[in-house]
Design a protein around this ligand. Sequence first.
Ligand code: ZN
Ligand code: ZN
Length: 468
Amino acid sequence: MGGWGMMIDEPRIRVGLVERRGPLGFVLRGPFADEQGRVWPAGDYSALAAGAAVQVSAAAGGADLFNIGLRLSPVSEASTFVVRGVVIGISFHWQQEQDQEFAGGLQIRAIAGESLLAINEVPLETYLASVISSEMSSLSNPELLRAHAIISRSWLLAQIAPWRDQLLQPTAPTNLTSEAETNGRRIVRWYDREGHDHFDVCADDHCQRYQGVTRIDLPVVTEAVCDTRGMALVFDGQICDARFSKSCGGMTERFSSAWQDADYPYLSVAFDGLGSLPELHSEDDARRWIRQRPPAYCNTEDREVLQRILPSFDQPTTDFYRWQVRLSQEELHYLLTSRLGIDPGSILRFEPLRRGGSGRLILLRLVGERQSVTIGKELEIRRVLSRTHLYSSAFVVEPGKAVDGIPEDFTLYGAGWGHGVGLCQIGAAVMAARGFSFRQILAHYYRGAGIIDLYRTSLRLSSSGDAT
Ligand SMILES: [Zn+2]
Ligand SMILES: [Zn+2]
């Protein structure tokens, strides 16, 4: 595992903005230059796919053909461009088209000779300011925003080549793997971000929501990105795959409980508070843990803290720390048939087969009158047992009144919101409100990781990162 001996320049991220068959309209706001050094004046343009080439015509007149694609770079920093009709919220109910403005370069490529792809080549730090503005409320504590800037930067670099390939251990791949095993009614799946072919990340929720410069209107977010410029989490000389979720429920979870069977020492099971770890070894331990409300950073009902961390917060309850859901036999029947196409008859019991260290179920068997079905991992369990996804898979089940040995319903008592791996956003918000610094927050959630400055250090890391 070698280090680097050279300084690193700020990487440019290639963000896929839109792919479409029809004409693609864009507006240059200020001069740009193409790869032949020709200057393109400000104005309206329209691109069409012409076989393997891209044909671009200017509203002012004239058209040009570009083999494979066109690549425009801003002549001055003040030059931005607008892409018409960018689709946002793909396949969500708020899906819509918007004109969006971007800083950095514009690439338009012909894909498979029939559609056009617009790519924004943007400096990493500019990209982060936009992404964090979309995800976080400007009311958030500055220490929390700094922590978030560092984990977004680390996560991003850990996903994309060449950073991923140079820096991550080959035994711990980070891209999509999915194993669907339906034989014997055993369904074990996990969902991770799939890679993209022509760019590093897309602009939608699939990767991180990115809405260009129109979103960078929050000075406090821009400051948080500037203050932490180039800072990334490292462990053992490699950039951390810095995951995060809404609420761990009092205990953070391992990577392998949510995704493939790889583990990172810095994504470990840890108590989200001061003091020691109440280890969960048995089903009784898990039941005791989940049915209590132990003190932890994310054990808060402070609406102000919650609203700051969840800007588009519209949940009827603020109780993500401990929650309950009742499932009738009718609802279970609906869910199993619609989600899995399986009808096991009335459900007799839930059998927890494997839990992670936070109490999250990794494998769960539903024993029905006719057959049983085993599901995993955590997101698949949450997807199958709810029309909208259960808050988490850290739950224990109490059967309701039985008629002829068949419970009428089941009550799920649960803890936390999300996979629980890495930083707990609600816990981190509470830590920041209590005066912890971003370094203390990151050291708490990414145990043993250090922080490096990518742009100032000639990287020669040995067995562990620097102290936080
Ligand atoms: Zn994506
Ligand atoms: Zn937590």
